[in-house]
Design a protein around this ligand. Sequence first.
Ligand SMILES: [Mg+2]
Length: 318
Amino acid sequence: MQVLVAEDDPVSRRLLEAHLGRWGYRAVAASDGDQAWDLLQQPDAPRLAILDWMMPGLSGPELCRRVRSLGREPYTYLLLLTARAHKEDLIEGMEAGADDYVTKPFDAQELNVRLRAGRRILELQAELVTAREALREQATRDGLTRLWNRSSILEILARELAKSERDGSAVGLIMADLDHFKQINDTHGHLAGDAVLREAARRLQTSLRSYDSVGRYGGEEFLVVVPGSTHSSALQLAERLRLAVNREPVRLTDRSIEVTISLGVAVSAPGALIFPETLIRAADEALYRAKTVGRNRIEWLAPGRLAVESPQLVETLV
Ligand SMILES: [Mg+2]
């Protein structure tokens, strides 16, 4: 593990480096506060740092303040090294964001113990971050398909529409629904149905550009949000999705299941104020047409047909 040693006194610095090496750390040395600050801002900066209080350039406490103001994750554990034994000074250092301190001249065993405590804190913090990310994943992803869940994809749509109104772009929305899904469930059973959903979701996901988003809207229904879209690019994407789902049957261990999908497309007018519900309703109507006309096809709302919300209406809602 890397440890930053920021210490202007060369004798003390070399001593620290030697100890750290013996304890299995890799020392990264800085001889003044500014150099330490440069190192601490690197993306792969050491996460444990021993900072001398008094140095040319930035002082130890000032470094602590700056590191904390970055608010970065993973956490950086900061140990102040100080010749000052006055309590008020130590309080200042801790308030600046230091986690602990060691007084100079330092006792090697004590420093070793303090570093171990710091390492333990970093490990605990890493576990917390992992647990939090797992929770976030659970809260935002659909359990079966791992696509965005309904509330997340609606949030993405609302965000993209707000952004498009600001920057004068347009948002495409594709609503897609697997054809005859109930029949698949009835004929092959729910486990096979789940496998078909998962595979269809994977095919949709892998056909998108990185800035498009797809979520599971309902049972076998998906929403695709396409920022920076035009009417024709949204239709092209919808066709790509249709082909991706239908290109080959979904192969399960004991059978193959032919799958098709129907899609409805609606695109907002560039820079227009559109509510998510309006665009969803339009895509839904187009999807309904695709279903009634014969399935495994795309229908769309003609450009310019989408009702633009009037500012008066917005005012009454705010
Ligand atoms: Mg010094």
